[in-house]
Design a protein around this ligand. Sequence first.
Ligand code: SAH
Length: 394
Amino acid sequence: MKALHLKAGRERSVLRRHPWIFSGAVERVDGAPEPGETLLVKNAGGQPVAVAAWSAASQIRARIWSFDPKTRVEAPFFAAAVARAVKAREALPAARHTNALRLVHGESDGLPGVIVDRYADVLVAQFLSAGAERWREAILDALAEATGCEAIYERSDAEVRALEGLQPRTGFVRGNHEARRCPIVEHGLNFRVDVEAGQKTGFFLDQRDNRQRIRALAAGREVLDGFCYTGGFALSALAGGARRVLALDSSGPALEVARENLAANALEASRIAFEQADVFAQQRKLRDAGAKFDLVILDPPKFAPTAAQAKNAARAYKDINLLAFKLLAPGGLLATFSCSGGMSAELFQSIVAGAAADAGADGRVIERFHGGADHPVALSFPEGEYLKGLLVST
Ligand code: SAH
């Protein structure tokens, strides 16, 4: 096995079990390893400390498979890692309330670059790093074995693949499955997941618990769901007894699925309106028209994928939250989220605080939101905690 030699003093993150080795920590590598090739990671003293997948194209030059340098990174390694991740999900309370769960959450499940979501009997897999790509077949076999699912759809079309020098790839890779809109059930609500053309893997499973929270808070309220996608929060609010729900999204295809989702549930359709609109513009229109809501939900796309984009993103977050405060009736609630990996929870809260101040509103944080337990955050990998949210009462 070729070796990756760390610079002196740069093994500290490896000893803390952080899975990434940045370019600046690499003294040299033996020869010219292929993308995804397994390397033995050695400290400056020549001691092996880990085994990792090489990625020359990426600033994250290597991702660690194991902190035991004797680990054999071969098919059985992936079978064991996938089986462990799947078993951990089976034990979660959420597994009793839904047939849609994240089964593999990348680095935090010991499988850097591998994301797998289960939608009933269909799996959707993303291979987002050179190492994941190299072991794709072994991982697919392990997934089929651990879950019994015959159909696996690949959605390796996330932009981050380009940073690893990988081309996008999509399509069914196991099973000859025609059903591209998978019906799933979440806490008694029916949703259709478009695994082929939906955003990300098709559904935002990370918001499951938070949708339940909104459902519990919605009774009797006039609700605005700003970025509704296929109706996750909007339908949860309706199911929770909202008086009326206005659900906005800029995506026509997402709204088409949202309307199908409405029809797939025994809910009162006259109490909800889906509108195709830009939230920034529509919130201004609503404000100018004097509209008021008792509960506003803002779950925008990630405005700041990396820390470098956090500044521009801050303006966008402030804008929508400021307008939300203006739209809240006295005693109203704001459930506001950021799924930007590049934005810390502290920064997000300070932006929301600034938005409230500029709107002349008093707000109190009464709850904090996170991803669900099927989106674990490894203690050694705080970067894995991308989703944060605040419930603010006014
Ligand atoms: N809350 C949803 C997920 C929201 S994903 C759920 O639980 O399922 C973010 C959504 O914002 C996407 O559907 C995207 O189409 C939409 N979007 C992005 N920019 C927008 C804009 N400027 N105005 C309205 N919607 C936007």
